[in-house]
Ligand binder design. Structure first.
Ligand code: NCD
Length: 309
């Protein structure tokens, strides 16, 4: 049987509850519920990645499985082989998990159509990044409720998602998942990069960071996605910094217990300055620590849904 995770919209209350409970249990040292021994996973990454590849790869290894990374430069995709034919090769060689990242919205759905097994969307263009959002709500739950599964502690929090809303899949997944947990989300973006508030689960989208700085519990900062700028679109970095960078001065104007998040990679000196990166508000990189447990929990859930265990 097949199973997939394409979007946070597929995470109803039950699925999310099971996921976050497993993240907390794995983090606390609990045994995995899945043995991927004998299974082969392909990390089909047609866009760059450090954290997400390491997190999925680490999770597959922790579950006893093996994985290979397929990238556009060194695979036959560079010889114009189609995605569909690449998937046929994977299937023929016994792979039954594909984790896919690609610059095109909806790619994981295409993969699921042509591949038998488990499919996880690890980022589709400016579409979605559901596993990152699960990791991030678990991080917030840890900080606010003491445990990665204390997602009830998020209700009533106020979060600003700041920056390149137009091109960010992280904003779409994190905003909607947090919104479904009762977080009041506001988007903050240059006017050219605003989106409809519903796209990010927000009550509003504004273009003035200083307006909400003192009012929010969480500042979720986004990378400027230079690779997704339309041709001819010019980024005035100086102006961006002046209006949207979280500087040390702005951090001082925020609530003293504000949590600053950023999915990485960070453009130092653009969306965040160095002083903020080293500050207590970023909790010593805790956001990255749940990367492996989160992907283990996702693979466990999907394997169960696929009838593997
Ligand atoms: C993000 C991504 O690739 O969408 N990074 C990540 O997975 N941790 C964010 C980004 O690239 O800006």
């Amino acid at each position: 049987m097949d199973a997939a995770l394409h979007s946070v919209d597929e995470l109803g209350t039950d699925r999310l509850a099971r996921l976050v409970q497993r993240v907390a249990a794995i983090e606390a040292g609990g045994d995995p519920l899945l043995d991927l021994g004998g299974h082969r996973s392909a990390l089909l990454f047609l866009e760059a990645s450090t954290r997400t590849v390491l997190a999925f790869g680490g999770a597959i290894e922790a579950l006893g499985g093996s994985w290979v990374r397929i990238d556009p430069q060194s695979s036959s995709l560079s010889k114009d082989e189609s995605l569909r034919d690449t998937l046929r090769v994977l299937h023929a060689q016994g792979f039954d998990v594909v984790v896919v990242r690609a610059p095109w919205v909806g790619t994981s759905h295409v993969v699921a159509r042509f591949f038998t097994g488990i499919v996880v969307n690890a980022g589709d263009g400016a579409g979605e990044h559901p596993s990152q959002a699960v990791q991030d709500v678990c991080t917030l739950a840890r900080l606010r409720g003491g445990r990665a599964d204390a997602v009830g502690a998020l209700a009533g929090l106020r979060m600003a998602i700041v920056g390149d809303l137009a091109h960010s899949r992280v904003a779409r997944s994190m905003g909607r998942l947090s919104g479904s947990l009762g977080v009041e989300v506001v988007g903050v973006a240059p006017w050219a990069w605003r989106v409809d508030p519903s796209a990010i689960g927000a009550v509003d989208v504004i273009d003035n960071l200083d307006e909400v700085l003192g009012e929010v519990d969480v500042l979720y900062m986004l990378r400027v996605q230079r690779e997704r700028l339309a041709s001819g679109e010019i980024l005035d970095v100086g102006e961006y910094r002046r209006r949207f960078q979280l500087s040390a001065r702005r951090l001082r104007a925020a609530r003293c217990d504000v949590v600053v998040m950023h999915p990485g990679p960070v453009n130092r000196g653009v969306e965040l300055d160095d002083a903020v990166l080293g500050s207590a508000a970023m909790h010593d990189g805790l956001q990255y620590a749940l990367g492996v447990p989160t992907r283990m929990a996702i693979l466990e859930l999907l394997a169960k849904e696929a009838g593997w265990s």
